[in-house]
Design a protein around this ligand. Structure first.
Ligand code: IVH
Length: 672
């Protein structure tokens, strides 16, 4: 049957689209659409050509495996073609594959499959002669690839000379070049710092690196290699099973996947898929499915190859982690510290195994860098349990009415001003606890398990408390009683009682938890712990200046400033007071080091001018820690605190051999 005109037109359209994407992908190294979208277009064309075979043209993208050789590289002929794999996207397609295999082999028994992770990188063929690496080539179109030996040589996991034993005279190793997640992050981070372009994902980064013309540049890219098969082999008998080939490769000194395993039948294959899927996030590199290969070579021969893919193998793919959808709107969410996060409202899309309708856009810098606009078709990524994010824009699909995203001038929750400090990516609402969004998040943080641990105080309840005007600061939680709580919607008497009990119980805490619960910017659990050990009580921490704060492990200038600003704010000091009044307590540190008695019995003399305190303030601090202050130096003096232009007292103390503290040493002593 001849194809009707509309089918002809559609086929041409699909071919043009695919060619355009091929060019972007293989030549420019700048793919625009996610693989899943490409696969769908390809499938539509395959279906159309199947229905109307007269539509098949020699240059149709369905007729080749993909990949134009880049001009800059010499061509390499693969004497044994580099095949591609057919895909299975669900259980049914896996079952169908297994059924076809058994039918062709004419067996009812379970077929043994060699399972391997499907590495998400690019295929490479390495030619060793006499154990020496002489050529590394990409797959190209399967028969002709590009010579990338110069870059291959820079990859540590590829031996330049086979270190193993018993290798054949000629050996072509087939495997995958890829970039570890950590290597990819580090490389992009460095590129970002230099203001250079970043890569979308590790696979594009690997492909881009391999096509570097300058091997010095490729050498700086953290590329790795894992072998999964062989091409031409001369001077060795070929084993009976694929799994044995992998064993040989290992013996000859090549890296093979430690996850490879022989399994039985469709059930074993499915189990293997589940097992690897569960391990996926722990693997240091990205995989996009598992490959199942009929293990017996004799069976592989019977099955043979069709249109450049073997009938004896299949890629059982994980659900795509990247999909394309439309950005319908952008809203700004206000976090605990007032930071405004742009959130993309998306046309719902199934990605990474779930339906996603919101994704983070991180911050305004990212929006500008990616040039995202409302109405755009965007690529959304959801990997594992990571929050879905908008990775890039499909510019060719931008509608005329696409709107730029603007940072609001006022907080969408409380209408306070929004400020963006220069050189900082984040914009913040200045409302503080006046802003209901910040208040809710602060309360949630305060009550969280690792902070004050108030059981049962979740998001819904916190919203209700804030909206009912019952809670304006974390301290207000301690004034809540059963009747008030029971008056809230959907709150039973017993739940109210339980909550009051939980709040009461949380009063017995530790200083570290308390400090963490305050939610000072950039003071996480570890820093809170260090501060608690260093200061021993909350008063000393509240009074510490930035210099002293910086002597606490892990506290740098920024965190010190954050802590100082927090406690300079009278409102925050009042909240701390109220919490203490409400009965929040923690076990005092070992009496000998606790602040109240640390300087007990020590006699101080103050002289000269201190920059940070008046003489009276300094004396108060000494007394608060159990020390005494005298106005004259004698043998009984333990410390002389010498400020600017200290005079005769300093001379006398020196003569008596009394320990002399300058202002910094004095502050350290107070804070210790
Ligand atoms: S075997 C005989 N094994 O997937 C089939 N390929 O879609 C030749 N890939 O070009 C490939 N991990 O780049 C095979 N364990 C694995 C693989 C794997 C990743 C890639 C390879 C190939 C593509 C086919």
């Amino acid at each position: 049957m001849n194809a009707p005109a509309d089918a002809k037109r559609r086929a041409q359209e699909l071919r043009d689209t695919l060619s355009g994407h091929d060019y972007r992908y293989y030549v420019l190294d700048a793919p625009e659409i996610p693989d899943a979208e490409y696969d769908r277009i390809m499938r539509e064309l395959v279906e159309l050509e199947k229905q109307y075979p007269d539509l098949v043209t020699p240059d149709s993208p369905t007729q080749r495996v993909g990949g134009l050789p880049v001009q800059a590289f010499a061509e390499v002929h693969h004497s044994v073609p580099m095949l591609s794999l057919a895909n299975a996207f669900d259980d049914q397609e896996l079952t169908d594959f297994d059924r076809r295999v058994r039918e062709r082999l004419d067996t009812d028994g379970e077929v043994e499959y060699a399972g391997e992770p499907k590495l998400d990188g690019l295929a490479i063929s390495l030619r060793y002669e006499g154990g020496v690496l002489i050529c590394g080539a990409t797959r190209g179109d399967g028969t002709t690839g590009e010579d990338v030996t110069h870059n291959i040589r820079t990859i540590q996991s590829i031996p330049l000379r086979l270190p193993g034993t018993g290798f054949p005279k000629v050996l072509e190793v087939r495997g995958e070049i890829f970039m570890s997640r950590a290597g990819f992050e580090a490389m992009n981070e460095a590129a970002r710092k230099r203001g250079e372009k970043t890569f979308v994902n590790p696979r594009n980064a690997a492909a881009g690196s391999l096509r570097q013309v300058d091997p010095k540049l490729a050498a700086r890219r953290p590329l790795e290699f894992i072998a999964y098969g062989v091409g031409e082999v001369q001077g060795a008998s070929s084993p009976d099973r694929h799994s044995e080939t992998l064993g040989q490769l290992k013996q000859w000194g090549l890296r093979v996947s430690p996850e490879a395993k022989v399994v039985k039948g469709v059930d074993g294959s499915r189990e293997y898929y589940e097992k690897i899927a569960a391990k996926r996030e722990q693997l240091p590199y990205e995989i996009d499915g598992v490959v199942l290969k009929v293990d017996q070579v004799a069976q592989q021969r019977i099955l043979g190859t069709v249109s450049k893919a073997p009938r004896w193998a299949i890629a059982f793919k994980f659900p795509a982690q990247e999909e394309m959808t439309v950005l319908e709107n952008v809203e700004f969410r206000v976090g605990r510290t007032g930071a405004l996060t742009p959130v993309a409202r998306l046309k719902p899309v199934f990605v990474g195994g779930v339906t996603v309708s919101n994704a983070t856009l991180h911050n305004m810098d990212e929006i500008e860098r990616k040039d995202v606009r409302i109405g755009d078709s965007v690529i959304v990524r959801r990997a594992g349990d990571v929050i879905p994010e908008v990775v890039s824009v499909v510019l060719s699909k931008r509608p005329k009415r696409a709107r730029r995203i603007k940072l609001p001038k006022r907080c969408p929750v409380c209408s306070s001003d929004v400020v963006r400090i220069e050189n900082e990516a984040v914009a913040r609402c200045v409302g503080g606890l006046f802003c209901p969004a910040q208040l809710k998040q602060s309360i949630l943080h305060f009550a969280s398990r690792r902070a004050m641990h108030i059981d049962g105080l979740g998001e819904k309840l916190v919203s209700q408390l804030v909206e009912a005007d019952l809670v304006h600061t974390p301290a207000d939680l301690f004034a809540l009683d059963t009747e008030t709580l029971a008056g809230l919607e959907r709150m039973a008497e017993q739940s109210a009682r339980n909550l009051v009990e939980a709040i009461e119980k949380s009063k017995q805490t530790t200083l570290a938890r308390f400090v963490y619960a305050l939610g000072i910017r950039e003071v996480g659990e570890a820093t809170a712990g260090n501060l608690a050990v260093f200061f021993g009580d909350i008063e000393a921490l509240m009074d510490a200046d930035e210099e002293v704060l910086q002597s606490v492990p892990d506290v740098g200038p920024i965190v010190a400033t954050n802590i100082r600003s927090f406690f300079t704010e009278p409102h925050n000091r009042a909240v701390v007071e109220k919490l203490l009044e409400a009965g929040v307590v923690w076990p005092k540190q070992n009496a000998a080091v606790s602040a109240g008695t640390r300087l007990s019995g020590k006699m101080f003399v103050l002289t000269g001018a201190l920059a940070a305190y008046t003489r009276d303030e300094a004396a108060d601090r000494i007394r608060a820690r159990g020390g005494r202050v005298s106005s004259s130096v004698s043998k009984k003096t333990d410390y002389l605190v010498a400020g600017e232009s200290a005079g005769s007292k300093l001379a006398k103390a020196e003569k008596l051999g009394i320990e002399i503290l300058d202002e910094t040493a004095f502050k350290h002593l107070l804070a210790r």
